[in-house]
Design a binder for this molecule. Structure first.
Ligand code: SF4
Ligand code: SF4
Length: 233
């Protein structure tokens, strides 16, 4: 999610480079370091660091923002009337909705009004995960502005590890789209599918290297383990 207001930058001492053409490719970084960074963000060890530029698409993408029971700052900052219990989640897990135009209610005067206390989902959001999972088209992400941005990212895939890690996320996403999971475990929307594919990528590294795909039982077991870890206080 975009960092607003922008930090002060010193005055340029020479002519700035030409601005990128809208819709032009954006460097997403080498896949491996990017994946390590997103792993750390998901673990709560750091915030994601997407070079968002002027994009603010994900704050008006019609997304329900999850807020966990341990997110005390966010729960204090968000009016209680904007939160409701998250379906299929343990007690205390909440969701924040959006307005009729898909805007987050905390997006006020063109900025996040609770930036310092924004929910974990916002701190860890990284639309490059859609590009990694191949969810960067309108079918994969119904929000046109996020899809547009996600289609621009290009990962560095020079090393074998980077290429295989990237392929493993794609394979995991394809398997999830082929409904390997029972309905009660299946991702409910595009963001969940892309993030779950990213989290499951280690299971698909053998296949990415030319080996066999993991069994459905292994995929289900891995998802149950992730669920159990998430529900732990
Ligand atoms: S859609 Fe992506 S680039 Fe745009 S604000 Fe959100 S995270 Fe940043
Ligand atoms: S809480 Fe802030 S960062 Fe998160 S979606 Fe709303 S406006 Fe964007």
């Amino acid at each position: 999610m975009p960092d607003r207001p922008r930090p002060h930058r010193p005055a340029a001492t020479r002519a700035p480079p030409a601005p990128p053409v809208p819709g032009s490719p954006l460097p997403a970084g080498d896949f491996g370091p990017w994946a390590e960074g997103l792993d750390a963000a998901i673990q709560g060890e750091r915030d994601s660091d997407v070079p968002c530029g002027d994009c603010a698409a994900c704050c008006s993408a019609g997304q329900f923002i999850p807020v966990g029971p341990d997110e005390h700052d966010a729960l204090r900052a968000i009016p209680a009337a904007l939160l409701f219990p998250a379906p299929r989640m343990p007690k205390g897990h909440m969701l924040m909705g959006h307005d009729a135009k898909g805007r987050c209610p905390m997006w006020i005067h063109q900025r996040c009004s609770i930036y310092a206390s924004r929910p974990r989902a916002c701190r860890t959001y990284d639309c490059r995960v859609f590009a990694a999972a191949g969810q960067d088209g309108p079918e994969g992400n119904p929000d046109p502005a996020v899809s547009h941005q996600a289609r621009r990212w290009r990962f560095g895939l020079e090393s074998l590890a980077d290429a295989q890690g990237f392929a493993a996320v794609r394979l995991a996403a394809a398997r999830l789209r082929a409904r390997v999971l029972p309905p009660e475990l299946a991702p409910a929307h595009a963001t969940q599918l892309a993030v779950l594919a990213f989290k499951l990528r280690a299971l698909f590294l053998d296949e990415a290297a030319g080996g066999s795909p993991p069994s459905a039982e292994r995929v289900v077991g891995a998802v149950l383990a992730l669920r159990a870890a998430q529900a732990r206080p």
